[in-house]
Write a protein of this length. Structure first.
Length: 236
């Protein structure tokens, strides 16, 4: 299903431009032109993201954002025509997740929307994973391979393996998603973080190191399997 975005903007030409460009990117878009309507629509439509103008008739964006934050966790991208640091600080303090000053590049806005929605999906996936995974803190066991999250320790054939911190995090992440094909880019984002400057070869190198430690025959891996053209899959 397409992500749903609520655009709250009283300037009709900009509202239509935002809606047009967002729809071109495949998003489902709802639009309103004042603060009170924004609250009603957000409660009714349950959008995945809200693009919220600061200067609105009836109720300004600060107040709208403050009320929304008390009711929902939907990410908010705030827009303003004023380039004032106080506005930015207040906007973030009342719960905005990001802030853009008019005039802005439509390409940059689309990039920020995409990044914010991607974070939402990842958070939801983690919540779902936590709900369906084993009891929190309980070791993950795969035959003779035991991953103890609480002690940050991995055992194979009753021997504790000497893993570097990132090797442990990578193995634990793969094991949590056992049976699923994960792209190198997805692994890089989740294990190394959003701000990491590097490329997918980092993942390949760490996978190779892990295989040398957990695979009976690293040349023919059975636990961390390469899916050609896609990424890696952990086999429990």
């Amino acid at each position: 299903m397409a992500d749903k975005i609520l655009v709250v903007e009283d300037e009709l030409s900009l509202q239509e431009t935002l809606a047009y460009n967002l729809k071109k990117q495949g998003y489902e878009v709802e639009t309103v032109g004042d603060g009170l309507a924004a609250l009603d629509k957000a409660r009714q439509a349950h959008p995945d993201l809200i693009v919220l103008d600061l200067m609105l008739p009836g109720m300004d964006g600060f107040e709208v954002c403050r009320i929304l934050r008390q009711e929902m966790t939907t990410p908010v991208l705030m827009l303003t025509a004023r380039d004032d640091e106080i506005d930015r600080v207040v906007g973030l303090e009342v719960g905005a997740d990001d802030y853009m000053t008019k005039p802005f590049s439509m390409r940059e806005l689309m990039a920020r929307v995409k990044a914010m929605l991607r974070r939402v999906r990842l958070v939801r996936e983690e919540i779902n994973l936590a709900a369906t995974s084993q009891t929190a803190g309980q070791p993950l066991t795969f035959d003779d391979l035991i991953i103890d999250v609480t002690r940050r320790e991995v055992r194979a054939q009753d021997h504790v393996l000497a893993l570097k911190p990132k090797e442990f995090e990578l193995l634990h992440f793969l094991a949590q998603h056992r049976g699923k094909v994960l792209t190198r880019e997805f692994i890089l984002e989740r294990v190394w973080g959003w701000e990491y400057i590097g490329d997918s070869r980092t993942v390949d190198v760490h996978v190779r190191w892990l295989r040398e430690k957990i695979e009976p025959n690293p040349a023919q891996p059975k636990r961390i399997v390469t899916v050609r053209g896609a990424g890696y899959r952990f086999e429990g």
